[in-house]
Design a protein around this ligand. Sequence first.
Ligand SMILES: *[C@@H]1O[C@H](CO)[C@@H](O)[C@H](O)[C@H]1NC(C)=O
Ligand SMILES: *[C@@H]1O[C@H](CO)[C@@H](O)[C@H](O)[C@H]1NC(C)=O
Ligand SMILES: *[C@@H]1O[C@H](CO)[C@@H](O)[C@H](O)[C@H]1NC(C)=O
Ligand SMILES: *[C@@H]1O[C@H](CO)[C@@H](O)[C@H](O)[C@H]1NC(C)=O
Length: 298
Amino acid sequence: MKPRNSRAYCCTSKLYGIPKYLLWALLGLAVIVLVVPIAVMFGRKNPSTPKGTVLVPLYVYPSPGAWDPLLTAITNHPRLNFTVVVNPASGPGVEPRPDSNYTREIPQLNKHANVRTVGYVSTSYTNRNISLALRDIETYSAWSDHSPIPGLGMQGIFLDETPSQYQPASALFLDTLAESVTSQTGFGTDPLIIHNPGTIPDSRYMKSANLTVVFEGAYSAYQMHGFHKTMTAFQDSSNAGRDALACIVHSLPLTVDESTLVKDLRSSCGSVFITGLSGDYYASFWTGWLGFTNDMAL
Ligand SMILES: *[C@@H]1O[C@H](CO)[C@@H](O)[C@H](O)[C@H]1NC(C)=O
Ligand SMILES: *[C@@H]1O[C@H](CO)[C@@H](O)[C@H](O)[C@H]1NC(C)=O
Ligand SMILES: *[C@@H]1O[C@H](CO)[C@@H](O)[C@H](O)[C@H]1NC(C)=O
Ligand SMILES: *[C@@H]1O[C@H](CO)[C@@H](O)[C@H](O)[C@H]1NC(C)=O
């Protein structure tokens, strides 16, 4: 609506003869040109490196002290999250509970707010007898339910060796396991389900998991495969966010600076694990473990 008294309108909306809207526009421009870039420069130390979670395949037997490197990293970095895959016997084992070394050490992990423990379940590319996989999931759930040992519970399940090529029967297998995990009461209110195809899978599988390991392999394989191009194409086609993806790199040569690799992996994968071990990759901690977690915390 136009003001009826055009003269009054004219005089309150001008300053020294310049229309006020023009002054406001100039001020706005000055803020955008000068203030915003300065705020961005000072507010974000590592604009190119988003935050990440450490994914630990903890296939280390908990002899007294054997998990100390993990506990050290966890307490050193209370703001860095750790997802820890607990694996007593390529699964929970045949007993209702793991042995006393496990029942002593698992609660030491679970008492930290930045730790989420998940139980290892083998699927053999969905060729495993599904009753056995379901039984493993129930066993882990029972570690918490009706358990005389406080703090032993898992908060999710890691399904190893899931397929990458789509098969309806495999999708049904994985959906059934996911339903079992969410219907058990022993995994807390928001269980985490991880798939490990170890390579980029058909994205239809990803809806029955929270996190998918899209690379598990040697550093040399990671270098050869045009990883970034592949990942970018996959993320575009599948709409998969960083948070849904994990990368595991082993056999890192000691001559390679892992901090560069950490940044590189974190640009595509929200969860990362690196080890310099080139055999029995997950059965012990490598010499660069604490350095790796320091880099993840930056
Ligand atoms: C606990 O670990 C120690 C050291 O490896 C081992 O000697 C002991 O037999 C283990 N305890 C059980 C119950 O397996
Ligand atoms: C760490 O985990 C907590 C609890 O799940 C979550 O709220 C927080 O956003 C996570 N932090 C990062 C940096 O991922
Ligand atoms: C799968 O395992 C269950 C439980 O042990 C068993 O009863 C069943 O016969 C097995 N099925 C096959 C096809 O091996
Ligand atoms: C896992 O995914 C389900 C379904 O998308 C979601 O409801 C749940 O919050 C997720 N849990 C975690 C721990 O990310």
